[in-house]
Design a protein around this ligand. Sequence first.
Ligand code: SF4
Length: 252
Amino acid sequence: MAIDIRPASTVEDYQLEEWMRCPYKYYHKNILGIAPDYLNWRQMAQYGVNHVINDYYLLPNSERTDAKILELVQRRWTNKISRFYSYSHFHEVRSEIAGNLMYFLLEDQQSTPPLILFERFKVWVDELHVHLSMIFQLVQGTEKSYVIKKYLVDEDPDVISMFKHMAIIFSCKAFLALPEKIEVYLLLSGNKLVFEPSQNDIKESIDFLNLTKKLMDDASYYTKSDSVTECKTCPFRNKCHQEANQKTKIYH
Ligand code: SF4
């Protein structure tokens, strides 16, 4: 069956991330329009984290304490225990993330309000012939020098790489200057990644996005990721595994 995939006029950050995680899952959700009926535990945790960070940076400096972070995590954390592998997994993830959030947020001594706090931006990128749309969690600094920060539950290296390339392109197109740093905070492992982009990185980021967009517009690249982490919580796994079994029967 021929699949009609019209190139999108706007590419959203979450679509690129979904495609990076598993093109086959992206195809079912975004091309066939079969929406999954639930968010997995990583998405639920990320949702809570986003609220905590937003609430935290709206507080005056004097109220940014470890006790406040714990209170926010308590208030904003999902109560959908069934989305996690088990009751103990639910608690483990919450306490790991609360601990790392406390460490990362309290080490930030910036007293001025963020330049950007959870805002979506959309820019036209001539080189890609599309609008790119992206949410920035946190941008701090001055008009002359700024740092882009991202707090992630998902530690997929491809997703992190995509974020870095998108942030570089957005910085050039929307803010007309590269950031001093792009910092990625990994809330499950407690690791922090720091990129210091230079002018030489801009072409690499455009090439990366150009290639990704071409692959997304080509149905033959809707391959399965077979990533253990991704498949474990995938709403299409029954269908996916059935198809894999059928193919095995045909080819043997
Ligand atoms: S089960 Fe795994 S390979 Fe299949 S669609 Fe889901 S994430 Fe992709």
